[in-house]
Design a protein around this ligand. Structure first.
Ligand code: FMN
Length: 329
């Protein structure tokens, strides 16, 4: 029995992947994750916002003039090189010491910068790239067509300059989820990661101020991911990497049964330590042994919605007595 599979066309020995987060920003964690059987590792994202912030902070420490003229571009390029340089050094070090695929991750919000930075990930030796394109459509002026255009412009242009596999990590905020995910999969991407978890915000009623909500996911958050993986896994032209709410080996099995190509974990690693990756792998193998499966492909997608299925419990959202089975009158 083995758990070998593919991720973005790359051979991996386990479908369980360490998702992008602060834990993957450290070489000793990367080594521990490989040792514990991670199939691949997604690096912490480089955020364009952070680079712009560093640039502004550096400029503010210089002469207090409004217009830096030609020197602005020079300083900006220097600061960006410095911020990205550390990131690329980590990728190079990881590639020197580890054998599993190392996937770079980038989050940008301006078209021009996506183009400038992404090529450099490939040059640094990444095996693949995950574009963290989770957007919150909070502008009333932003239409579905605008979001659509942003995605397709970025993907089409990137495809011309980057030859390593590309995966798109999306948020849970699409009115036309099924339609848009299918069109994304037709845009020559190698995979879609569903979903990024938004940094949630809460209200402190004593201080009457805004505060951050807990950043880790709860096990209940698996259900939305599970639903969309099951609905879409047989309808996309690329693999789905399932993310958000996977906390146990049983959750990994559920996602694979729903048709996920791979499964990403983050919150459970924060809660239990990076070595928890081994428990997840052991649990997956124990379940496969118990159910007589020799390979992942023997059961992957067994519970996915079939391509022409007209009716599925995954399509239901309303609590009607007949379906909810919770003894309602
Ligand atoms: C502390 C923390 C940092 C994260 N940083 C990133 C990041 O840099 N880039 C990214 O794409 N996702 C990031 N994520 C989102 C995770 O990769 C993942 O999609 C999300 O946590 C849901 O998975 P989970 O339920 O296993 O935690 C972060 C999540 C957490 C909790």
């Amino acid at each position: 029995m083995n758990t070998n599979t593919k991720f973005l066309g790359l051979d991996i020995e386990s479908p369980i992947i360490a998702g992008s987060c602060g834990l993957t920003n450290d070489i000793s964690n990367l080594e521990k994750l490989e040792e514990a059987g991670a199939g691949a590792i997604i690096m912490k994202s480089v955020f364009e916002e952070q680079i712009i912030y560093d640039i502004k902070r550096n400029l503010s420490m210089m002469a207090p003039v409004d217009n830096y003229g030609m020197s602005y571009e020079y300083i900006a390029a220097h600061v960006a090189d410095d911020s990205l340089g550390k990131y690329f050094d980590l990728i190079k070090e990881a590639k020197k010491h580890l054998h599993i695929p190392i996937v770079g991750s980038i989050n940008c919000y301006s078209f021009e910068n996506w183009m400038t930075y992404t090529r450099r990930f490939q040059d640094a030796g990444c095996d693949a790239l995950e574009l963290n394109m989770a957007v919150l459509p909070y502008e009333t002026s932003l239409s579905c067509e605008d979001v659509d255009r942003l995605f397709s412009d970025i993907i089409n242009t990137l495809r011309k300059s980057v030859t390593i596999p590309i995966s798109i990590k999306v948020s849970q905020n699409f009115t036309d989820m099924a339609n848009f995910m299918q069109r994304l999969s037709w845009m020559n991407v190698d995979g879609i990661t569903m979903f990024n978890k938004a940094l949630n915000v809460d209200v402190d009623i004593d201080k009457m101020s805004i505060c951050h909500a807990p950043s880790l996911s709860s096990p209940d958050e698996i259900y939305n991911t599970l639903r969309w993986v099951a609905i879409l896994s047989k309808k996309l032209r690329c693999d789905i990497s399932a993310s958000t709410g996977v906390h146990t080996a049983a959750d990994v099995v559920k996602m694979l049964l729903a048709g996920a190509g791979t499964v990403q974990v983050v919150s459970c690693l924060y809660k239990n330590g990076v070595n928890y990756m081994k428990n997840l792998n052991d649990g997956l193998k124990a379940w496969m042994t118990e159910h007589g499966f020799e390979s992942i492909d023997q059961f992957r997608g067994k519970l996915a919605v079939k391509p022409n299925e007209q009716s599925s419990i995954f399509f239901r959202t309303q609590f009607m007595k007949h379906f909810a089975q919770i003894g309602e009158d």
